[in-house]
Ligand binder design. Structure first.
Ligand code: NAG
Ligand code: NAG
Ligand code: NAG
Ligand code: NAG
Ligand code: NAG
Ligand code: NAG
Length: 388
């Protein structure tokens, strides 16, 4: 905005008051956070799945910083627990595939077999290591076709460190943490006063000021979606926080870990009617929304339409740029995939390993470009607030 005539704030005040924009760019609070660029709410959310893990080892500080730099609306993480009850950001139930645990011979006797979600798994489990021990490990890339040069450089971070990364961002960046493997974690880790994993999870969010229902003023200041595959965890926390929750849905052959319900049961209209009391949306695997046969997509199911009819958002996972993940229909072009899911299927958010690609796609195709209209409105709001 180069130069505004002196009456501009008053003209804009009228415009702003007259507008019925859905979330009208909340007037900044008088505090330091108020001057940060707000979360965009006019187009599907760019959810940085495990940070920009297409480029950097997943769920590490550099992966999240990169995602923020690349335009993420939300940074996403899985939350697990150390043996001493500290919540950490880590995806797998074992350390084997994404850390250098194999090289720490001092830990060789920690290998265990546990039954997790009905399957006996063998490996090194974070729940058998204290936070201090986990911090001595270094994270590595999961996929051999991704950049290996950062292997062995970065530590596992705690849930609190993750939150701080979002809160220190130069604009409002939401967080999207998952209550991961809650049945297993509650079996393995005990907290004082009989607290459960879910209690610690919610208390951590509250400690850092996260509160309020979807799109409320408090929420827009510090946006968060709480996600879980376990419906009982989502129901359990519903009396502890009104923060928006997303019910994740696994592949068609995977029953829920807590209630042992089938995919077909939890995607039925009856179930959507029930779960919508607790959640604002669902997070299905994209290949169940549009089933895939021999790497070609078949006809879309009606899941998105039915979820929308229940006033539920749909945030499918996971979008990835690379050949092994792009179905043949998309001509090896990740932009074609985003175009399909945003404009044909009509999803409300996308979990992506390549936040930068989704951001550029949205910037190039959206009516509201993040860096002009939206910024202009924010500046207007600032001007107006100075006349209050
Ligand atoms: C932003 O708000 C959070 C939580 O209310 C607070 O901890 C943090 O210090 C604030 N940051 C600035 C720059 O004021
Ligand atoms: C383990 O150590 C070997 C030999 O020093 C090295 O080549 C390898 O990259 C290390 N592996 C990990 C996961 O750090
Ligand atoms: C896991 O292993 C234990 C001990 O060998 C066995 O009792 C149990 O049935 C196994 N569980 C599954 C799901 O295979
Ligand atoms: C939440 O609180 C209400 C009212 O106190 C109670 O009826 C309900 O059972 C509680 N729900 C859960 C999931 O604890
Ligand atoms: C889960 O449900 C399936 C199908 O109804 C049943 O065969 C299986 O025994 C159940 N598993 C558990 C752990 O209850
Ligand atoms: C994907 O390509 C296959 C093979 O050409 C075609 O049958 C199918 O309809 C396409 N799917 C979508 C969703 O366009």
């Amino acid at each position: 905005m180069a130069s505004l005539p002196s009456f501009a704030p008053f003209v804009f005040l009228l415009l702003v008051i007259g507008s019925n924009a859905r979330t009208l760019y909340p007037l900044p609070s008088k505090g330091g956070n108020g001057s940060r660029k707000p979360l965009q709410t006019f187009r599907p959310y760019n959810i940085a799945h495990r940070g920009s893990n297409g480029e950097l080892p997943e769920e590490t500080r550099p992966a999240y910083l990169r995602a923020i730099e690349e335009g993420a609306d939300f940074i996403e993480t899985d939350v697990l627990s150390s043996k001493d009850g500290v919540l950490i950001c880590f995806h797998d139930v074992t350390l084997d595939d994404t850390t250098d645990i194999a090289n720490h011979t001092g830990f060789a006797n920690r290998k265990r077999t546990y039954e997790v979600q009905g399957i006996n798994m063998t490996g090194f489990f974070p729940v058998d290591f204290t936070l201090k021990e986990l911090k001595s490990l270094r994270v590595k890339q999961r996929y051999s076709f991704r950049d290996q040069q950062f292997n062995g450089k970065f530590q596992i971070i705690t849930f609190e460190e993750f939150i701080t990364i979002a809160q220190d961002a130069p604009r409002v960046v939401g967080i999207y943490p998952e209550i991961k493997n809650p049945v297993f974690i509650n079996q393995q880790v005990k907290w004082s006063h009989g607290k459960r994993f879910e209690d610690k999870f919610v208390e951590t969010l509250q400690k850092y000021g996260y509160k309020g229902s979807y799109l409320s003023k408090d929420w827009l200041r510090q946006p968060v979606f709480i996600q879980s595959f376990a419906p009982t965890s989502l129901v359990y926390i519903s009396n502890k926080t009104d923060l928006p929750k997303i019910f994740l849905i696994d592949d068609v052959i995977v029953p829920t870990q807590d209630t042992n319900q089938s995919f077909w049961e939890i995607t039925s209209d009856e179930y959507l009617d029930y779960i919508k009391q607790y959640v604002v949306g669902i997070g299905p695997w994209k290949d169940t929304v549009v089933p895939v046969v021999e790497n070609y997509m078949t006809n879309p199911t009606n899941l998105v339409a039915r979820a929308h009819a229940h006033n539920l958002q749909v945030h499918p996972y996971t979008y990835r740029n690379e050949f092994p993940f792009l179905h043949f229909n998309f001509s090896q072009d990740p932009y074609m995939e985003y175009d399909y899911w945003i404009n044909k299927i009509g999803v409300d958010g996308l979990f992506t390993d390549f936040t930068g690609s989704l951001h550029r796609y949205q910037e190039w195709t959206s009516n509201h470009k993040d860096d002009d209209d939206k910024n202009l409105l924010h500046k207007i709001a600032l001007l107006v607030s100075s006349y209050e």
